[in-house]
Write a protein of this length. Sequence first.
Length: 232
Amino acid sequence: PALSVNGSAQYLSDVAGVGTLPGIGPVGPLNHQYDLYLTIREPIVDFSRSARDRVERERLTEAEAGVRATLYGQRAAVNEAFFAVLQRRTQQRVITAAIADLEARRNSAQLRVANGAALASEALVIDAELVRRRQALADAASEERIALQQLGHLIGRAIDPATPLAIPEQTNSPALADSELAEGRKRPEYSQFDRSRAVLEAREAALAGMDRPRLSLVTRTGYGRPGLNALG
């Protein structure tokens, strides 16, 4: 559960005069007032929870794979550029799917606004998110072009942006010597790329889960003066 504590206190140097009621005694506004309460929020049903948990687990394994790659030594510049292109292309596909989902949600929000069932700010929030995602898509495309240029410079020839790049096969091949095969299995770059791809896939699943309903239980308890019994 998510816990939050809030409190406030004040002292009034001057209040209205104190009166007297039979059986109660002096009554009147208090010079000092305070309020302290605890709010507890516990999710009950959240279809996106498992997907978001998976994203965090995949991010952890991605970070661990990155540490192993760094400890392994400086990676070859060709490998960096090659896998950067593959990652940015996958990222663009994920962002494009997110933009399509947001556009559908914006159309629905605009329809609700037109019918008076929602505030105009709901559609504006989605518009702002669309601008951010489109900027992210443009950034990913720019980074892909840069990586392609770096890769072309390293191999000594220009690469057409439409050229497909295949993920290297990691299966046993009779053409590979035993030493080369063993070395290929040890290299951490393959694991790191797999983890990065798993993170993107998990984020795509989490994005789809955000559209599903969620149910939470919220309770609040506290103490204050004055309370509900203002004369107590």
